[in-house]
Design a protein. Structure first.
Ligand SMILES: O=C(O)c1ccc(O)c(O)c1
Ligand SMILES: [Mg+2]
Length: 622
């Protein structure tokens, strides 16, 4: 289907927005009146910029507070409309959005409103313009598409139709059934926006918190599907009022905006198919999501000194160096199913990454059912791919760029590369740690929505509820993205405050970066004893914490003493699951390691203990 976006959705000056919109692959735009008002060029200039960029102008908007005004205002309002029709001719657009009146003095009389709408439709006809009526959720009288449609249907004028905007419909939880029964020629335009569910004034919610499809909590496919069933074939247009996007980089936002429409098309296609409705042929249909089986490896960019230091930490954690790359300065550490890689190869991706970020996670690799399929899907979604220089006999591993510019590899032959790419020796030590339970990354707050969309669309991951947690110097928020069956889990952490641990890691990394890696073990007491024997520095937990535990949970004294002796933290969930976990100290203000054991299907991340951890880390690292 054709894709469009309202200019209000992006940051920047009008020409800059238009260039980014074209570069992201949109077919056209809605010109938001304010963008035009503030622009120094004429409407004809805007028309020619769009033409040069290959963008169609689909819609001019909004025209406000027209219908149902006191009678003496009608002539004036019709005159105002005609002025805008003339401007629209200069712009080269034939469709206008009229939003329902929000004024206090709007007269709540359907007959009078219909007279007014008929009058504007007649004027529009003289100018060859089509007026689409949109019910704002906070409209003074008309605030639902069903009310708007009852009026438009009754008026039955060829120059008057409907504009359907997902936000206004889904925010008031309106019934969606009637959408399928609006004749397609009466649906003049469709606007799409997602939003997080919030308890607040609907106007404020709409003006500040809309987001791209897939980033919020609306089920947009339930809104779009009946519109397609009605036969609508016009553009799908994003209209996003969002404070973060107003400040975010224009080009990147435009790219993710476009991807969100592809994602919505895919969800809608699946939803239609699930209901045995023949899907629109033109709906985006990418390669299916591959199955994500595990984290295949985590790769750290290091220089010589960081390599020595991390080598030491890994050994203390019980890893064994089992591989040396055949042609590169890359080494492999293993334990159980865990693979960690240190890369200090000159003139490589890792070294460029190191030059900017210092010791950091430069790549994460995922074991998937079919790497080619995962890559194809990512490409279809417009992801940037990466192909590094291959050494002799080295295997090619498909990779894409994550939103922070690090690499994400897809592997379906994880076992093989150890043989083909590395001089390897068998791991002959006992494995205390078994697998990567999760790894957390700290990201700039304004990129949270981009990251979630990345994992949802490319990886087919799901998100868990965002949690707000206390740091001694502010707040952090954490949202987990994970594969459906939890084989891969990645908490995404943000903080708006300047002095929190997350903020400190941003400074160290000069950007986003790894916060911690959590390894699972099958016997945490034995493992911790071993790590202590290896002199791994574990985070010391204050005694008060254990006092509180004994008050909160039904734990016996001996067990509590054992926890305290091992600096172990304890959490329970409401379904009877429990978790024991312990933390290392922090590696250079950057990342740390967690060792955990889950019991009885505990599916959380010990967030209740995060404030204790953050405070203890700060005490140890100040
Ligand atoms: O917030 C508003 O005023 C506004 C204007 C135009 C729209 O299309 C819309 O959905 C909201
Ligand atoms: Mg709208």
């Amino acid at each position: 289907m054709k894709h469009s976006i309202a200019t209000v959705s992006l940051s920047g000056m009008l020409p800059e927005k238009l260039r980014a919109i074209a570069a992201a692959g949109f077919d056209g735009v809605e010109i938001f009146e304010n963008d035009l008002l503030y622009y120094e060029g004429s409407p004809a200039d805007v028309k020619s910029i769009c033409q040069d960029l290959g963008l169609e102008i689909f819609l001019f908007q909004p025209f406000r507070d027209f219908e149902g005004m006191p009678r003496e205002r009608l002539t004036k309002n019709l005159h105002r409309a005609e002025k805008k029709f003339e401007l629209m001719h200069e712009l080269g657009v034939d469709r206008m959005l009229l939003c329902s009146n929000v004024q206090n003095n709007c007269i709540k009389d359907d007959t009078m409103i219909m007279d007014d709408l008929y009058a504007i439709a007649e004027k529009a006809a003289l100018h060859n313009i089509k007026v689409g009526y949109e019910a704002l959720a906070w409209g003074a009288h008309v605030n639902s598409y069903r009310h708007a449609w009852s009026l438009v249907k009754e008026i039955d004028h060829p120059n008057l139709g409907m504009i359907l905007d997902s936000f206004h419909t889904l925010s008031i939880k309106d019934d969606l059934t009637e959408l399928a029964y609006i004749p397609k020629e009466k649906i003049f335009f469709v606007q799409l926006a997602d939003a997080p569910l919030m308890k607040m004034d609907v106007l404020e919610w709409s003006r500040h918190f809309r987001c791209f499809p897939g980033q919020g909590q609306f089920n947009l496919q339930y809104f779009l599907a009946p519109i397609l069933v009605a036969g609508y074939e016009g553009p799908l247009s994003l209209e996003i009022f969002n404070d973060e996007f107003r400040a975010a980089p224009t080009e990147q936002t435009a790219c993710y905006a476009r991807r969100s429409l592809l994602y919505l098309e895919e969800l809608t296609r699946n939803h239609l198919q699930y209901n045995y409705i023949t899907a629109h042929q033109s709906l985006f249909s990418p390669a299916p999501v591959a199955q994500y089986e595990s984290v295949a490896f985590l790769e750290f960019a290091v220089d010589e000194s960081a390599r020595t230091e991390l080598n030491h930490w890994f050994e203390q954690l019980g890893f064994q160096k089992t591989g040396q790359h055949k042609s590169k300065d890359v080494s492999l550490y293993q334990q159980g199913d865990i693979n960690l890689v240190l890369n200090s190869e000159p003139d490589s991706f890792a070294q460029h990454y190191y030059a900017i970020h210092g010791p950091s996670l430069c790549a994460s690799a995922f074991k998937v059912s079919n790497a080619e399929q995962a890559l194809t899907r990512a490409k279809q979604y417009g992801c940037h791919t990466y192909e590094g220089r291959l050494g002799p006999k080295e295997q090619f591993i498909p990779a894409i760029l994550a939103p922070d510019g690090s690499l994400q590899y897809f592997l379906d032959n994880a076992a093989d590369i150890h043989q083909t790419d590395f001089f390897s020796k068998p791991n002959d030590q006992v494995a205390y740690l078994n697998s990567i339970d999760h790894f957390a990354i700290g990201i700039p707050p304004e990129t949270m929505d981009i990251w979630t969309l990345h994992f949802k669309s490319i990886f087919g991951f799901v998100t868990e509820h965002e949690l707000t947690l206390a740091d001694p110097y502010g707040l952090m928020k954490s949202k987990v993205v994970r594969s459906i069956d939890s084989t891969v889990r990645i908490p995404l952490n943000i903080s708006e405050n300047k002095h929190t641990s997350i903020a400190r890691s941003f400074t160290a990394y000069r950007g986003s970066g790894l916060q911690h890696v959590a390894f699972s073990t099958k016997d945490i007491f034995e493992t911790v004893a071993k790590l202590q024997e290896n002199n791994l520095k574990l985070l010391k937990i204050p005694e008060n914490y254990y006092e509180d535990l004994s008050a909160k949970f039904d734990l016996d004294e001996q067990f509590l003493n054992k926890l305290q002796a091992h600096n172990l933290l304890y959490d329970e969930d409401e379904k009877g699951g429990a978790m024991l976990h312990v933390y290392s100290e922090i590696f250079g203000n950057r990342f740390f390691f967690e060792i955990l054991q889950r019991f009885n299907g505990y599916s959380q991340y010990g967030a209740n203990n995060t404030p204790v951890r953050l405070t203890a880390q700060r005490a140890a690292n100040n």
